[in-house]
Design a protein around this ligand. Structure first.
Ligand code: NDP
Length: 296
């Protein structure tokens, strides 16, 4: 059996198209343009690439994009003052502070200073609490993208056994909450889990968010399961740099029913969901109906 490939690149393009169409309608019918502000502190090369690609995608769907690039030695007071200005700016509906921040800045304090209604990363403690109690919140982009792909593939997820490998605050935990919200029976596995292979083999839906190249192998996958690979790992193979996931794709695809590739699976969905969250935040701020199919 060879698994169906879940094409995250194509799905993300569809989501971006739906966001763009909604943005165009907002402009035409209400004279409103959603706005996203991205704040980058320091010159981390990977973060610079992420920020410029977020800005480009934001403009492509017709939203206003604002980038604040601050020097690495920016004080916490100056950063908090900028966030306060963005919180008060009615043309900005989403605020994203690119992580990681330089060591002298308290990330928790900074993230929790963002207006929760504009917290399009879904990392503010209020949004974490709202998601955990099944209430309307801003949902972290990567798990939201995984949920969208799973709903698209399965229709209803109710009653399926889901195993999430990884318990980070940005992927594993919110992913588990979202699957629980869709009535899966959820297990969260981590580095102290006993007999991880057996736990994984019980999964109808297996989400790998571990950060270890190709750790989940085909023998850990239940025949016919849907495998979502969140991992992005840069490795050297045959003298060349290569991106691989947390799942050993070649062995897992022989057992799984469906699987996301790396690259081209979860990755492209993350930015698409950032745009979807910004649109949702804008609709909520203006008392307008939320876009269908683009929220949890
Ligand atoms: P973290 O390092 O924060 O968390 C990793 C989790 O994996 C931890 O909970 C850890 O357990 C668990 N883990 C580590 N080793 C093992 C093991 N041997 N067996 C079982 N569990 C283990 O990572 P993130 O959640 O931030 O990211 C996970 C992956 O997803 C990374 O590859 C990252 O690059 C990628 N990523 C991709 C994104 C995208 O857009 N596609 C976005 C965000 C992340 P414990 O808690 O016990 O230490």
């Amino acid at each position: 059996m060879t698994a169906a490939i879940i094409d995250g690149k194509a799905f993300a393009a569809k989501v971006r198209g739906e966001v763009a169409a909604h943005v165009a309608r907002l402009k035409e019918e209400h004279g409103i343009q959603p706005g996203l502000a991205v704040v980058l502190v320091g010159e981390d090369p990977a973060s610079q690439v992420y920020v410029s690609s977020k800005g480009k995608s934001t403009v492509e769907v017709g939203m206003k994009s604002v980038e604040h690039k601050l020097p690495a030695d920016t004080s916490e007071a100056d950063l908090l003052a900028l966030i306060a200005r963005l919180n008060a700016d009615s043309s900005i509906h989403g605020i994203l502070v690119q992580l990681p921040l330089p060591g002298h800045l308290n990330s928790e304090l900074v993230i929790n200073s963002i207006d929760p209604a504009k917290d399009v990363d879904g990392f503010h403690i209020s949004n974490v609490g709202l998601l955990g109690t099944g209430q309307k919140s801003m949902v972290p982009c990567t798990p939201l993208g995984c949920l969208m792909m799973l709903r698209d593939h399965h229709g209803s997820l109710a009653g399926l056994n889901a195993v999430v490998v990884g318990r980070s605050n940005i992927v594993g935990k919110p992913m588990a909450q979202l699957l629980l919200g869709d009535s899966c029976t959820v297990t969260i596995a981590h580095s102290r889990t006993k007999d991880l292979a057996a736990v994984c083999r019980g999964a109808d839906i297996l989400v790998a968010a571990v950060g270890r190249p190709e750790m989940i192998t085909g023998d850990m996958v239940k025949p016919g399961a849907t495998v979502i690979d969140v991992g992005i790992n840069r490795i050297e193979r045959d003298g060349k740099g290569k991106l691989v996931g947390d799942v050993h794709f070649d062995s897992a695809k022989e057992v799984a029913g469906a699987i996301t590739p790396v690259p081209g699976g979860v990755g492209p969905m993350t930015i698409a969901c950032l745009l979807a969250n910004t649109l949702t935040a804008c609709c909520r701020a203006n008392g307008l109906p939320e876009p269908k199919g683009l929220t949890a």
